[in-house]
Design a protein around this ligand. Structure first.
Ligand SMILES: [Zn+2]
Ligand SMILES: [Zn+2]
Length: 318
């Protein structure tokens, strides 16, 4: 990549709940190979979570037309029209390869047989969402994401559970003792977690729950600098996107734990610059080292210098 012409990546995030065994696609390993070989043909990079209940993915390409072909091919392959693609552009390379991970559930809430019917559940467009937030009084807004996601950005007035994973979400809501008929607005990054979360809440007796259509990514695209505050965590090397859906200028991935980090340090062992997260800043050896290796070596041999660390930290959690 030359410095004269900065490279751009076209990015798209999308998901589909679909029962693959009804499409004779019960063989997930087979589906995985088909996806990988097509992605290779088209030079697509990204991460795709594949399960018996569908898929969830963020894909990128340096060619806008290749990404368009990929989207069309995916809709044909999964016999799914009307997929909602959340698009953006990035000057940071979000992925370094294409990877398919097979899971029992594409969004883990502990109900693999639950396949949402997207037409029938309560969705609010970004406009409708804004109308409630700005004009109504009697409602709660709830962030369904994990603690490290809501820490760097969320909706004004939102309740943010400090959960480690989504499976803890329904129980957290129960603990809040929110009246079952209270108007409840839930949101997540791209909409997929809410698709399952809303069924789980309805099953528990909450009958006035609404989800943000297309998630935060869709909202920010339509209404930057409005009811959303801060940045939106994403599961790739951009770490987060700002109000213009541009890669974060503020956050890097903490080399020790992979959480968003913004405190710049210079490594005591090798002088490499890195950003360390709030949690790791509290820990000796981690607070001023650039990598797991430097932390380990510095603990063994305090004061001894080492070679510059070359490392690629990939944000492939999910
Ligand atoms: Zn950390
Ligand atoms: Zn170092």
């Amino acid at each position: 990549m030359s410095k004269e012409s900065p490279q751009m990546w076209f990015v798209t995030t999308f998901y589909k709940f679909t029962v693959l065994k009804n499409q004779n696609k019960a063989d997930l390993e087979g589906v995985k190979s088909s996806l990988e070989s097509k992605a290779q043909d088209l030079n697509i990079e990204g991460l795709l979570i594949l399960g018996p209940d569908g898929f969830n993915t963020t894909c990128t390409s340096t060619s806008e037309s290749a990404l368009k072909v990929w989207k069309e091919w995916m809709q044909d392959y999964f016999q799914s029209s009307g997929i909602f693609f959340k698009d953006s552009v990035s000057s940071v390379r979000p992925f370094h390869r294409f990877k398919v991970k097979i899971r029992n559930e594409i969004v883990t809430i502990g109900a693999p047989d639950l396949v949402p019917n997207l037409e029938e559940n309560h969705h609010l467009s970004p406009e409708e969402w804004n109308k409630v937030l700005k004009e109504e009084k009697d409602f709660v807004v709830i962030d369904t994401r994990n603690w490290y996601e809501s820490e760097i950005g969320t909706f004004k007035g939102a309740l943010a559970p400090k959960i480690e994973q989504f499976t803890e979400f329904p129980e957290w809501v129960d603990q809040q003792q929110i009246p079952k008929d209270k108007k409840m607005l839930i949101f997540c990054t791209g909409g997929i977690r809410c698709e399952k979360g809303i069924y789980e809440l309805q099953r528990r007796g909450y009958d006035n729950v609404w989800q943000l259509e297309g998630g935060i990514l869709n909202y920010i695209q339509k209404h930057p600098n409005d009811q959303w505050q801060g940045e939106c965590f994403v599961f790739d090397n951009r770490v987060a996107v700002d109000q213009n859906l541009q890669p974060s200028q503020t956050y890097k991935l903490c080399p020790h734990c992979g959480q968003p980090a913004k405190t710049k340090i210079q490594c005591q062992r090798c002088d490499t610059e890195a950003c360390v997260c709030e949690q790791c800043l509290k820990i000796d050896w981690k607070k001023d080292t650039c990598s797991k290796n430097c932390a380990y070596q510095l603990e063994l041999h305090p004061g001894r210098k080492g070679k510059h660390q070359v490392r690629v930290i990939e944000n492939l959690r999910k």
